[in-house]
Design a protein around this ligand. Sequence first.
Ligand code: DGJ
Length: 724
Amino acid sequence: MIEFDREKTCFFLNGKNYSYVMAVNGVGMLQHIYYGKKLSSSDAAFLVKTHGEAYAPHADDPNYDMQTDMMPSECGSFARGDFREPTVVIERADGARMSRFRYLSHQIEKGALPLQGMPCARQADETLIVTLKDDFSDTEIDLKYCVSDASDVLVRSLAVRNVGSEPVQVKKAFSFCAELPDTRRVFSALRLTGAWGRERAPVVSPLSEGVLRLRSSRGYSSHHMNPFLALIEENAGEERGECYGFALLYSGSFALTAELTHNGITRVQGGIGDEFFSWKLCAGETLETPQAALCYSAQGLGGMSRAYHDFFRTAVVDPKYVYARRPIVVNNWEATYFDFDNEKLFAIIDEAAKLGVDTFVLDDGWFGKRDSDTSGLGDWTVNENKLKGGLRAVIDRCKQRGLKFGLWFEPEMVSEDSDLFRTHPDWAIAKAGVEPCRGRTQLILDFTRKEVVDYIFEAVSKILRENDISYVKWDKNREMTENFTKDLPPDRQGEFCHRYVLGFYDLAKRLTEAFPDVFFEGCASGGGRFDGGALYYFPQSWTSDDTDALERTKIQWGTSILYPVSSMSCHVSACPNHQTGRTTPFATRGAVASLGATGYELDLTKLSEEEKQQVIKQVENYKRIDELILKGDLYRLSDPFNSNYFCEMLVSKDKSHAYFVGVQFHAYPCDHERVLFLHGLDAEKTYRIKELGVTASGAALMDAGLCLPHLQDCGAWTWHIEEV
Ligand code: DGJ
């Protein structure tokens, strides 16, 4: 609910458990007042008087601009006394850069605000738009706040508008500025960091004076740093204490900063990466920034994660697919890599059908001249030398066996050894006269150019139109370099990276709209583009190229801090594992993969009879629990980074049933019994745990706990918990 107090010029935003308060102060600036536990708007006068006036510049002081450095602001200005990192920087036509943003007007609208050409929250109850005017340039800024009564996520973005007659250069335009002015509190900063094969590991460090900057300049959100930052109050933990989350719904190069200043105020902001950015804004034009999803939790990290999971499910992921049963796929990548023919694929398809798998996904290597990663990208026509009878033969085989068919594409890329590159060498991102950087021996297509996006749309559409394909895996396997397009003049090259992302979103929108019955899975060398922007188009993403079950416990744990388990593709793969060389029990691989959109990534024909029986059981189990995967609340119980166990459970919203997965990494002789306390159950209800044959109250399971089993190295167990 959004309320405006005209007398106090105060905006009071209330979500499910939080309040967000700001007011226009005596010098006409929009000052941040409060963000935290839910309050009543009847306290607005008190908040404005005490918290507001303590930091407000004094209008009668001729030096008041200098006081803005102390003021919590909704939009940090530049070169006028606020010396912290600015939110928006505008360069006028005469080269001067200075800004003082003051309140001009506001409006409150019903519902969410669609963003042209970018992912955005599909729903909200109300949206507040506060318009600020820059005193020193002909620009206005719309600050947007989308509020939902039943959510702890506040969605923010801003737009910069040129209301003058001359162009300006926007040198920086972050999506939001949020201040945490409560100087009593000490925060730690959590980020999800890593690299290829070990994505989204949570790293926490104390926040201290200076600027913490999380960033990607790779052209996509990246394996290395997810576009997410959480500030955790001292003493907060998995299920207790306060924390604030800041997540970008954006897939490109980004920056998120947290600046703790001399007066104890923390300014958090972020958006499009500002390092190479500038945007020429001509008279009458508006630049929209991507949305950011802010979350307040008084129930620790677990509470924050569950609020984000609900937000992604209700407001971001395509409603057609979000609660639809996910296909259980077998993907041939780790089974064959590029080395396949009809016989190999048919054998996998036949076995998949016997074991109850739903969909066969044909990965890289089916098109153009593609027997390795050095050629063929861009030539989206089937290689009939490799696949006799073309895709039709494979699809027919799937149909005969009752399976659906999925196909891999890498639409944004081109190999130099390809017909597409030979015909259109200038379509690849490169600067004439400069040797381009190669990544996986490939170049990136210049998606800032409409003709390139149009061509790829048509090439992919042709395959999807002419074949019965129900699933697409959309991959992307290199980082962006050069950051240059021949189509833009020099004073617009700073727009390149963001324009590329807009081109990617354009293609994703057009393909998903043109083929609404095709399920799209995202991928970027594993989980390199696992972000809230991609989730808008792709309901799930390949979580990591590391398919080792033990490594996956960490990757899935970290990913779940922000993203729902239903968004993670999790496959059982062969052992010794191709990435780590480790051998884990088949049951452990199945248990870990069941905590997501499950599937298989191996040659099913090479499994032993006993393993095949396990696959049949895993598929049956998954069909029993997939409702919990799609809709349940996640409780993380034992942290694989800091303990010998990984334990997570999913609880139904009505708390009538739950599914638990545990993994023990090492077996120790004489290890003392350890007790695990369940979470999220109803203390008053009575539950039965089938595998243990025990019946107990929710209170006992949560407060007295259960003893962890003693297993061999890498052993796993599952519990199905039902209300009786
Ligand atoms: C990277 C992906 O993460 C893999 O799953 C596979 O699709 C390969 N690319 C294919 O080149």
